[in-house]
Design a protein around this ligand. Sequence first.
Ligand SMILES: *Cc1c(COP(=O)(O)O)cnc(C)c1O
Length: 233
Amino acid sequence: MTTIAEKLHQVRADIATACTQAGRPAHAVTLLAVSKTFGPDAVAQAHAAGQTAFGENYIQEAVEKIAALQHLPLEWHCIGPIQSNKTRLVAEHFDWVHTVDRLKIAQRLSEQRPPHLGPLNICIQINVDGGPTKSGVPPEEALALAQAVAQLPHLRLRGLMCIPEPAPDFEAACAVFTRATALFGTLNAQKLGLDTLSMGMSADMAAAIRAGSTMVRVGSAIFGGRPAKPSTN
Ligand SMILES: *Cc1c(COP(=O)(O)O)cnc(C)c1O
């Protein structure tokens, strides 16, 4: 059986290869290890192999895991949908949120962020391929939302995030991710100072890196397959 440490090393090597093929330096892309559905033990193993940033989708599950791992210097990223009644838990326990797509959620996160924790890092989720039922703000509304979020006192706007539908091939995947990169450039032309483009998962990481991703969110390639997702958040 392959250990978490070995899979993590393989993913890091794959990121480095994708960066080289894209003509980008290896440090241009950071790895977010998505530990949803896996226990504190798996996270601790990844940390022992040098990983510090972890992504979680289900708030309650994450809060328990974060408490169990308080003794380790980990950085926690919320990458799941956030309902209004969960913003307080998110503001109190996470370091980053990738899934802001409404001003109301951002306002609540800002109001509920304990000041001693410092600003909560925010990415705005965009619906880059226009899926009708998907989370994420339509690309044409991203600038206005970003400008509003940038004004909120206890948040720090860092960038954009997207989860496109699986594409038929590498070139098609690159084309979709490139739209997010273009929008990122448009926002930065408005002096928003964004440094994070969160895109790419186990299956489409290389295409995302080719298109300009600065942070890939990788779960199954590190931790293995997941059971069906829990029905509560
Ligand atoms: C689960 C998840 C990932 C990781 O997906 P894998 O295919 O396991 O790499 C990345 N981003 C988000 C938003 C997710 O929900």
